[in-house]
Design a protein around this ligand. Structure first.
Ligand SMILES: Cc1cc2nc3c(=O)[nH]c(=O)nc-3n(C[C@H](O)[C@H](O)[C@H](O)COP(=O)(O)O)c2cc1C
Length: 342
């Protein structure tokens, strides 16, 4: 196995080593104001969304995780089966490895094979050129593409990228690719300044993917034996912070990073997210070799989301954007100092 394939498998095992379902994050700093007189029944609640010119019955999706090795193929196969069963959008992990090593393409292609009519999202680094983007889309007949921004991860990785001249490339891709282009972080969140700049480059969809769940500084650091970079473990903005500072920008915000349960999904919508991505919480049962458990988890989430919406008196995801939220002192202070520093 070559080094890139080895790293893919190491990401999976180090993810699991660091995984902690009970992990507190900034979603715990947000409370929602309940409605005890909603004048609605459960059958009136419609948790569907319309995004990318398509309707989805559920507002959460399987975010980018993996591909490139036999183990990754098995995970993609299990995720695609559930994506098809529940009509969830699904992103594959970075396809960079398959652009170079053709014999790894099947580890991504399996996703389309299993789910021929599903909404599948390709994934590459934002510095790949237009022909590589076209190749990644064609490989899985993707309906959209995610381009990830992961400079902290690359810089910590001994063999990672060192150049991040991305703006021209992103703008060219948005101009020339007719499918939706989503720019995403990978667990570090994204600033207001960055989202404004992306908007000016023609980007219509941004996945804030913030701090609070999978931590790639920790994962890369544990692969890096020459330096101890633990002091960077808290790098970035949380998902909640990223949503709060960017929600007024007229762009489609997607939330991900630290989504542990249906309440985190509802809170993401209350903070302005159009759609919500989940990686770690869905990956964990698969690493534990228990796809039935993930099936059960997704079906429970589908049952519970409308109930929480009813507890808030909201019959649609659009209405959730208007949910009254109470921010903790910590988050209020963040917003206060952010307003002042800007
Ligand atoms: C094992 C693993 C591999 C990942 N690989 C990719 C990737 O190739 N491309 C990408 O854009 N994001 C990748 N991610 C990042 C996720 O899409 C997401 O942004 C991040 O994990 C935060 O979400 P979470 O807290 O729900 O895990 C990966 C996540 C995990 C857990």
């Amino acid at each position: 196995m070559n080094r890139s394939a080895q790293r893919k498998n190491e990401h999976l095992s180090l993810f699991e080593k660091n995984y902690n379902l009970q992990q507190k994050n900034d979603f715990d700093e947000i409370r929602l104001v309940p409605d005890l007189i909603p004048e609605l029944g459960l059958k009136d609640i419609k948790p569907k969304i319309k995004i990318f010119n398509r309707e989805f019955p559920h507002s959460f999706f399987i975010n980018a995780i993996t591909g490139g090795t036999a183990k990754a193929k098995e995970i993609n196969q299990q995720l695609a089966t559930l994506a098809q069963k529940y009509d969830l959008a699904m992103a594959v992990g970075s396809q960079k490895i398959a652009l170079k090593e053709k014999d790894t393409r099947d580890t991504f292609e399996i996703v389309r094979k299993i789910n021929p009519h599903g909404f599948i999202i390709a994934n590459l680094n934002a510095n790949q050129d237009i022909s590589q983007v076209k190749d990644a889309i064609a490989m899985i007949d993707a309906n959209a593409i995610q381009l990830h921004l992961n400079s902290p991860q690359e810089l910590i990785n001994r063999d990672g990228d060192r150049n991040f001249l991305l703006s021209n490339n992103i703008s060219k891709i948005c101009e020339q690719i007719s499918k939706p282009v989503i720019i995403k972080s990978v667990g570090f969140g994204i600033s207001y300044d960055n989202v404004k700049r992306l908007q000016n480059l023609g980007v219509k969809y941004v996945d804030v993917s913030g701090k609070g769940g999978t931590n790639f500084i920790k994962i890369e650091n544990q692969q890096n034996f020459s330096h101890n970079l633990d002091y960077l473990n808290d790098w970035g903005l949380s998902t909640v912070e990223s949503l709060l500072i960017n929600r007024k920008i007229p762009i489609n915000l997607i939330a991900s990073g630290g989504i542990r349960n249906p309440l985190d999904i509802i809170k993401s919508h209350a903070l302005g997210a159009k759609m919500v991505g989940v990686s770690g919480t869905f990956l964990h049962p698969l690493i534990k070799k228990n796809p039935e458990k993930l099936d059960q988890l997704i079906s429970e989430w589908i049952e519970e989301i409308p109930k929480i919406m009813l507890m808030l008196g909201k019959s649609s995801i659009d209405q959730l954007y208007k949910t009254q939220t109470i921010l903790s002192v910590k988050i209020s202070n963040f917003l206060n100092s952010w307003d002042k520093s800007f």
